[in-house]
Ligand binder design. Structure first.
Ligand SMILES: NC(=O)C1=CN([C@@H]2O[C@H](COP(=O)(O)OP(=O)(O)OC[C@H]3O[C@@H](n4cnc5c(N)ncnc54)[C@H](O)[C@@H]3O)[C@@H](O)[C@H]2O)C=CC1
Ligand SMILES: C[C@H](O)[C@@H]1OC(=O)[C@H](O)[C@@H]1O
Length: 247
């Protein structure tokens, strides 16, 4: 892949941090969006620089349109351009449907769906203004198939699939490709909000491949989807789940 500038949202930890490091290892400069743990983001940035690439720390909350626009602008000011956006930031507060509150619904929809849409819009505007194409990779989830403790969450991840398909059609004339990754349970902090280790290990053993995913495995797929090697791929949802289901 030609050297590019990549903005990864939610990159202070988990899959986002793995994406940031994977793009650096692939030869790209990375803007590390962080929300509330600068020290963790600094560790990620150090790893990017150790790979010989530029890193920028971009504080920001994807939950507001202004936040999305500000982090793209900060990326342009720090690294000069934006070629790839990884819409990784996301939350999954597990709650039984009958207990779900309006506030929880609004928060999850704001971060996971509105945040992904308006970060993509801000990044695409910058790509078009600069006269070059680009790539957007959205994080959906195996929860697109439904989860009893995530009616709000699965709504957002199915929404991410919908915006991926529509943005792919809207942005193809500008040479911007848009794809989504739908991971199964991946070994980060996120599935541990609401599951014990024993429950997670039981879920993992039940998968055909017998384990949870590694954040690095999701990251490698994101690097591929953002690269020229995926130059004819857009509007697609890539399921990576240890064989947990076949779409
Ligand atoms: N770990 C898993 O099993 C799976 C994760 N996913 C998705 O992958 C993405 C990353 O998840 P993980 O790394 O596992 O979770 P995580 O909880 O470890 O990390 C989430 C990241 O998002 C950031 N974030 C949260 N709210 C934000 C906001 N308003 N603005 C900016 N950043 C914000 C956090 O600071 C953190 O860096 C999420 O979209 C999640 O829904 C999808 C399927 C499975
Ligand atoms: C439904 C899945 O088990 C769920 O989706 C996520 O995003 C969680 O981390 C779990 O993998």
């Amino acid at each position: 892949m030609v050297e590019k500038v990549v903005l990864v949202t939610g990159a202070q930890q988990g899959i986002g941090a793995a994406c940031a490091l994977a793009f650096a290892a692939a030869g790209h400069d990375v803007a590390v969006n962080w929300l509330d743990d600068r020290a963790a983001a600094e560790v990620v940035a150090a790893g990017i620089r150790a790979a010989g690439r530029r890193a920028a720390l971009i504080e920001g909350d994807v939950g507001s349109v202004a936040g999305c626009q500000a982090m793209v602008q900060a990326t342009l000011e720090a690294l000069g351009r934006i070629d790839v956006l990884v819409n990784n930031a996301g939350i999954f507060p597990r709650v039984p449907f009958l207990d779900m509150t309006e506030a929880e619904w609004d928060r999850v929809l704001g971060v996971n769906l509105k945040g992904s849409a308006f970060c993509a819009q801000a990044a695409a505007r910058a790509m078009v203004a600069a006269g070059h194409g680009g790539a957007i990779v959205n994080l959906a989830s195996s929860a697109v198939r439904g989860t009893p403790v995530g009616v709000h969450y699965s709504a957002t991840k199915n929404g991410v699939v919908g915006i991926t398909r529509s943005m792919a059609l809207a942005l193809a004339p500008q040479g911007i490709r848009v794809n989504a990754i739908a991971p199964g349970t991946t070994d980060t902090a996120q599935p541990r909000y609401g599951n014990t280790e024993a429950e997670l290990q039981e879920m993992a053993r039940a998968l055909p491949l017998g384990r949870m995913g590694k954040p690095e495995e999701i990251a490698d797929l994101a690097v591929y989807l953002a690269s020229e090697k995926a130059g004819w791929v857009t509007g697609q949802v890539w399921h990576i789940n240890g064989g947990g289901y076949m779409p």
